[in-house]
Design a protein. Sequence first.
Length: 199
Amino acid sequence: MALQSEEKLEVGYSSLQPKTRKWVLLMPRLLAFFATAAATVVMGLNKETKTLVVATVGSTPIKASLTAKFQHTPAFVFFVIANGLASIHNLVMIMGDLFGQKLDYKGLRLAMIAILDMMTVALVSGGVSAAAFMAELGKNGNSHARWNKICDKFETFCDHGGGALIASFAGLILTLIISVMSIIKLLIKPKPDSTIVVP
């Protein structure tokens, strides 16, 4: 009698173990999805219009309305596209982990996930690096090239861009962790379940 209850406990423990492992990879992927989606939305909606004095004729100032948008900088456009694609990738992988267990063909699913995760790391890394360079240029300018800074005039635009960069860097770190976990999951072969209840 005691032997049967011990066997049932072992079986129950081994059946809970894969679910725990599943959530270990799902949680960082979910956080990475939220981080990259937040970066995409914040930068995609980033826009500020200001009326600035552009010249003075005599004592009369000449004003013009200027708008700063993410579309004006190709690096920011690439940033939005890269983070948007990373968000879609993470969402598809979450759905695949939850519902796509039957789609595995000879272990090919794990290899494809690892490859796509590495590609996503490269994509987000390129997008956030390009945007960080342009953000630094907008904040400090470049005196050698005579490019003026704009963040002293468009503070809200730069603050929102900085927030999007922080979210994207967090998403990049999480995506890198996910990529490492995917490769480890691919390399570790599951142990056969030796605890079988014999009636």
